[in-house]
Design a protein around this ligand. Structure first.
Ligand code: TXA
Ligand code: MG
Length: 319
């Protein structure tokens, strides 16, 4: 595994050269780190699946540096264009009818492609310098926590990428919100960094989030996902009974736990959901590293970024 390289103009040029040459690069976005390859090169995209140990039925998000570039990849109607103009660059992914140019492996054979223009300056510079759209899932091993630091990405992708670009911790900390357009109506496929309420100001009421389950509308929405190594339990109304011999970690929302647990982390002392989202994966990772067998997680309010946080906690808790 290459050591992370601090972001600089030279490092971005080098990363872009790897992408153009069919290689893979870990790079920061404002949500989480991504593992990128040339989206128009099927062989390069295939390496992503190999490195992540990701099943081939789970399609990738294609990252672009402009709406113009997005048009080369998908059919974009006025509804989608309005959202792009309002929220790009930013943590919004749109699933749209694909054009032929996008290789099947990228979309897992679907007739749609997921597109996003990231806001992170390094990500944008990389896509521009590569001169090609960049397919990139989160830079974690399939099913594990998404990385919010370069080191966390590197630790998960042992024999993988050609280069790891490091620009410190990501700002948002949870993945982008994924929206699909069906029969002129948008649906949330994955809650994420762009809160539903903000999207609804443009679209009006969104269709209910499509459920996961055995045949999820979005192949990546398997119930068990985004998991720490430790087992995770979301605390309900009944008080928790701690069992002897088990090392507990505790993920609190705003204040330290009353229960006598080995280690704990607080998502946001002021109850700020954006701060909580930014801390979510790194705190879970730290509780893992502290050796917790079971992580007890407090629920957070289900609004704004709280929707994305609760979605990730529920998936981590699924078994
Ligand atoms: O914030 C993010 O979105 C990060 C950064 C790196 O941009 N990327 C990311 O990618 O989270 P990934 O691959 O971990 O998640 C992409 C999600 C998956 O749930 C996948 O199934 C879904 O998007 N997806 C991709 N293409 C799709 C399609 N054509 N139809 C439905 N769902 C799709
Ligand atoms: Mg992922």
């Amino acid at each position: 595994m290459p050591r992370p390289t601090k972001v600089s103009a030279a490092a971005v040029r080098k990363a872009a050269a790897f992408i153009r040459g069919g290689g893979t690069v870990v790079f920061p976005t404002e949500t989480v780190y991504g593992l990128g390859a040339d989206a128009l090169n099927a062989k390069a995209a295939a390496r992503i699946f190999e490195i992540k140990k990701r099943p081939h039925f789970d399609p990738l998000i294609v990252h672009v540096s402009s709406i113009r570039q997005a048009r080369t990849l998908a059919h974009i109607g006025p509804e989608a264009e309005a959202l792009m103009k309002r929220f790009w660059p930013g943590p919004l992914t749109l699933v749209l009818p694909k054009k032929k140019i996008v290789p099947e492996i990228v979309t897992a054979g679907l007739d749609t492609v997921a597109l996003r223009m990231p806001a992170d300056p390094t990500a944008l510079a990389l896509i521009k310098a590569a001169g090609t759209p960049v397919a990139a899932p989160s830079a974690n091993r399939f099913g594990s926590l998404s990385p919010t630091t370069a080191a966390h990405a590197g630790a998960q992708l042992k024999n993988g990428p050609d280069l790891i670009l490091d620009s410190g911790r990501t700002r948002i900390g949870v993945e982008s919100t994924v929206l699909a357009l069906r029969d002129g109506k948008f649906f949330i496929l994955r809650h994420g960094g762009l809160p539903r309420e903000e999207i609804e100001r443009v679209t009006g009421r969104l269709g209910a989030a499509l459920k996961g389950g055995r045949r999820p509308a979005s192949p990546g929405q398997l119930l068990k996902h985004y998991s720490p190594r430790a087992a995770l339990r979301i605390i309900g109304k009944t008080p928790v009974r701690l069992r002897k011999g088990i090392k507990y970690g505790y993920l609190a929302f705003t204040s330290r736990p009353a229960a006598a647990v080995g280690c704990f982390r607080i998502l946001s002392r002021s109850g700020n959901l954006a701060e909580a989202a930014a801390n979510l994966f790194s705190h879970l990772n730290e509780l893992d590293k502290a050796g917790a067998d079971v992580i007890l997680a407090e629920p957070v309010p289900a609004r704004g970024l709280g929707l994305a946080i609760m979605d990730r906690l529920r998936r981590a808790a699924a078994r």
